[in-house]
Design a protein around this ligand. Structure first.
Ligand code: FES
Ligand code: FES
Length: 154
């Protein structure tokens, strides 16, 4: 067992974890933040995307022990009192169907808009290229991120 300390959504967590535990399972099971989804567990789908020290990462590709000392934001940490503008835009633009990919998509979009407030369509597509959606196609998702960028600028 290894003792880790990690800050998730501004809250400190400290647990003993086995070295084999993936970060996504730590987040869901130890921190009880089940908004981060598990799709493939192999780095292919992006459902598990969180923001890790400012960067969008697939949390199934990291071990929990690698997060010792890190700051992480999950989908639960994005909204304040109401929905975050990216979440609202996903609803407004019909970019959600089953919702399985949505937390990961939103976190990738959030990481993009933090460093680029006015992304081109190409830049949006690049930012979400590691996130797969089986339902909507991608046009509504790209439109939602464009809409969120516009609203967040204003
Ligand atoms: Fe991590 Fe699919 S669950 S990429
Ligand atoms: Fe169903 Fe994207 S909305 S996988």
């Amino acid at each position: 067992m290894h003792r880790i300390k990690v800050k998730i959504n501004g809250k400190d967590f400290e647990h003993d974890v086995e070295p084999r535990v993936l970060l996504v399972h730590y987040i869901r099971e130890k921190a009880s933040l089940t908004g981060t989804h598990v799709g493939c567990d192999t780095g292919n789908c992006g459902a598990c995307t969180v923001i890790f020290n400012g960067q969008a990462v697939k949390s199934c590709l990291l071990l929990a022990v690698q997060a010792n000392g890190a700051e992480i934001t999950t989908i639960e940490g994005l909204a304040g009192d109401g929905l975050h503008p990216i979440q609202k835009a996903f609803m407004d633009k019909f970019a959600i169907q089953c919702g399985y990919c949505t937390p990961g998509m939103v976190m990738s979009a959030s990481a993009l808009l933090k460093v680029n407030s006015d992304p081109t369509e190409e830049e949006i597509k690049e930012a979400i290229e590691g996130n797969l959606c089986m339902c909507t196609g991608y046009q509504q998702i790209v439109s939602a991120i464009e809409d969120a960028a516009e609203k967040m600028k204003g």
